[in-house]
Write a protein that binds this ligand. Sequence first.
Ligand code: APR
Length: 250
Amino acid sequence: MQSLSELTISSTLRDRFMNANRVLVLTGAGVSAESGVPTFRGGGNTAVWKGMPFDVISSAQMVQRDLPAVWEWFDYRRQLLSTLRPNAAHLELAKWQSRFTDFKLVTQNIDGLHQLAGSRDVIELHGSIWGGRCTTCHSRHEIGRAGERADACFDCGDPVRPDVVLFGEMLPAGSFEAAAEAAANCELCFVLGTSALVYPAAALPEIAREAGAFVCEVDPERTPLSDLCHEVLTGKAGEVLPLISAVAAV
Ligand code: APR
């Protein structure tokens, strides 16, 4: 990873940032890392819960087999999140939404930190940890920051599960379609803090590039998307995003 002083923002990115109207930003767990949210991968590690890889505990099968165990994992993550605050990357992106006429923020994160930073109309591809959903009638149940949640559906009484996309499940209806449309129409696409291993989210920068957009990645590590990007800034999102805004302000 380059130090911030070594990092250069190219004049091409600067010009694109200053002149773009339609901008798409795709974020992943890395954007919340500086807030203290553990990432799932990166640094050669993968998250494990009570000896179970996270993609096992966070799976549709586990909801069938042991819903209380799934809740235990999400209750732990939610309790952790309830103490954390947005970082400089979240705050910068909230500012960017009023900078561009057509700004779309698409996240794989379920932590709600973008919204806490002031971002509006965030497309949450993988749902939200601050919600539950009935396993039968699918009605949604808000979960407050104090963490109180319903085990049984208020409407039909059946079990409620976390309202997040688990491994082996489809994305919320319409969310990917809206994101893909934004990708196909954007002039500038930022990919921030994602290992780009999970599809269909990782396809969005590919769609943007295909459509002629300038694609820029920010990540301390190279990812499978790095070769596809016009510009790769190897650093932390909370440090690099304010730098981009600063360079464009000069
Ligand atoms: N700034 C930018 N990027 C960072 C930072 C940082 N401060 N810290 C870590 N990263 C990068 C890592 O190098 C890695 O490439 O963030 C990425 C995090 O990757 P993952 O943990 O795999 O997270 P993500 O890509 O969002 O995972 C996708 O997989 O586990 C499922 O549903 C879950 O939404 C998640 C999806």
